[in-house]
Design a protein around this ligand. Structure first.
Ligand SMILES: Cc1cc2nc3c(=O)[nH]c(=O)nc-3n(C[C@H](O)[C@H](O)[C@H](O)COP(=O)(O)O)c2cc1C
Length: 358
C-alpha cells in the first residue's frame, strides 16, 4: 500500500530507533542507502547530541531518514516506592563499586529543546514514543515538511493519535524488544498486552492512518504477513541490533543468539517502565520488585548498567531484545534490507495462485 510515508523509501522496511547508542548514524545511513528507512534515536541524548548525529547522518546519506523523540513523562511515581527500590539496589552498587544514580535527574528528556532543533532544521520523518504529542507540535512539524509517526499499543491509543493529527501510527505488539510505547504506564506485565497481528487488525478497524508494524519481526515473510493484515511497512529493532553497523555493546549482540538466554520478559527492573529484554540475573532478581516509576528507575540504575558493561558482565546489563532474538542474523545492515526484501517477494509469490504455496 502506498502512502506519503512509504513514498519516501522503496522497501517497506523501517530500522527502529534504538536509544542507548544502538541506532548510530552508520546504521541509519546503511539502511536508508539500501532503500529502507534509517532512524536515529534522540532518547537520553541532549538536543545538541541529537543535532550532531543528524549532521553526521546527512554527511553519510542524502536519502530520507527519521529521528525519534520520547514524550515528557507526567509525574505519578510514588517517591517512597523509588526509595524502597533504591534500598534494594544498594548491594548492586556495592558489587559494581559505583553509586546509584539520582532518580530526579529530569523527566522531560529535553523534549522542547529537541523539537526546536527539529523545527529549525527539519528532517524527513519524526516519530514519538511514550505518548501523543500536542496537535500544534504535529501541525508545526507537518508545516516544516516532516512526516510524523506515533507509537501505539492499543486501538484506543491509535484513535488519540489520529485525533491529534499524526501522519501514521507505529503499531507495537507486545513481542517488541525495548520499551513498550504505551501512552500511560499501565500495569501490563501480566501478559495481557496485544500481540502484533491482533493489534494491527484492531488498529486498522479503528483509524484510517497508515500503520507501521513493530514487534518480533525477524524475517521477510513476517513483514509480508503484516502487510497482508493492512500495515504499510514494518519496523525492526532486534534484527538491526545484531548488524555490524549497530552501536550495541558486543556483549548485547552476542547475547541475542547465546543459548544461555532462553527467553525474554517484559520488566520494569532497569527503567521503571515495561520493556522487553533477555532474562538475565538483574532482571530475574529485581524485576518482581521494581516500581512503576519511569524515568526515576532509569536514572537510578544508569550507573549500574554502565558499570556492568565496563566489567564485561552481561548479567547486569539491560539486554533489550524482542521475542525473535534467536533468529538474529549478523549481516551488514544494507544486506539485511536486501535479504528481507527478497523474503517479502518470496512470501508474496507463495500466496499467488500458481506460486510457491502448493
Ligand atoms: C535496544 C532497543 C532500543 C529501543 N529504543 C527505542 C527508542 O529509543 N525509541 C523507540 O521508539 N523505540 C525503541 N525501541 C523499540 C523499537 O522501536 C521497536 O518497537 C522494537 O524494536 C520492535 O521489536 P523487535 O525488537 O522485536 O523488532 C527499542 C528497541 C530495542 C530492541
Amino acid at each position: 500500500m502506498s502512502s506519503p510515508l512509504t513514498d519516501l523509501f522503496p522497501h517497506p522496511i523501517v530500522q527502529a530507533p534504538m536509544a542507548g547508542g544502538v541506532s548510530v548514524p552508520q546504521l541509519a545511513a546503511a539502511v536508508s542507502e539500501a532503500g529502507g528507512l534509517g532512524f536515529l534515536a534522540a532518547g537520553y541524548k541532549t538536543a545538541d547530541g541529537m543535532y550532531q548525529e543528524i549532521k553526521q547522518l546527512r554527511g553519510l546519506t542524502g536519502r530520507p531518514f527519521g529521528v525519534n523523540l520520547f514524550l515528557p513523562q507526567p509525574e505519578y511515581a510514588d517517591p517512597s516506592a523509588v526509595e524502597v527500590y533504591a534500598h534494594q539496589l544498594a548491594g548492586e552498587a556495592a558489587w559494581y563499586t559505583t553509586e546509584l544514580g539520582d532518580p530526579d535527574s529530569g523527566r522531560d528528556d529535553g523534549y522542547d529543546a529537541k523539537l526546536a532543533v527539529l523545527l529549525d532544521n527539519p528532517v524527513p520523518v519524526v516519530s514519538f514514543h511514550f505518548g501523543v504529542p500536542k496537535p500544534q507540535v504535529l501541525e508545526s512539524l507537518h508545516r516544516a515538511g516532516t512526516f510524523t509517526l506515533v507509537t501505539v499499543t492499543t486501538a484506543d491509543e491509535a484513535l488519540a493519535v489520529e485525533r491529534a493529527g499524526a501522519g501514521a501510527v507505529i503499531a507495537q505488539g507486545m513481542e517488541a524488544g525495548g520499551h513498550q510505547g504505551t501512552h500511560r504506564d499501565l500495569p501490563e506485565l501480566d501478559g495481557s498486552g496485544l500481540g502484533l497481528l491482533a493489534l494491527i487488525a484492531q488498529v486498522r478497524e479503528t483509524v484510517s492512518l497508515p500503520i507501521v508494524a513493530a514487534g518480533g519481526i525477524m524475517r521477510g515473510h513476517q513483514i509480508a504477513a503484516a502487510l497482508a493484515c493492512g500495515a504499510t511497512a514494518a519496523q525492526l529493532g532486534t534484527a538491526f541490533l545484531a548488524t555490524p553497523e549497530s552501536g550495541a555493546n558486543a556483549l548485547h549482540k552476542q547475547a541475542l543468539t547465546n543459548p544461555l538466554y532462553v527467553r525474554t520478559e517484559l520488566t520494569r527492573a532497569f527503567s521503571g517502565r515495561p520493556a522487553r529484554g533477555l532474562v538475565n540475573r538483574f532482571l530475574r532478581e529485581h524485576g518482581p520488585y521494581a516500581p512503576a516509576a519511569y524515568p526515576e528507575v532509569h536514572h537510578l540504575t544508569s550507573p549500574l548498567r554502565k558499570a556492568a558493561a565496563k566489567a564485561g558482565d552481561a548479567q547486569g546489563m539491560a539486554l533489550w531484545a524482542g521475542q525473535g532474538h534467536r533468529m538474529a542474523r549478523e549481516l551488514p545492515a544494507g544486506q539485511l534490507v536486501e535479504v528481507l526484501t527478497a523474503e517479502i517477494e518470496a512470501a508474496r509469490d507463495a500466496l499467488t495462485p500458481g506460486g510457491g504455496a502448493r
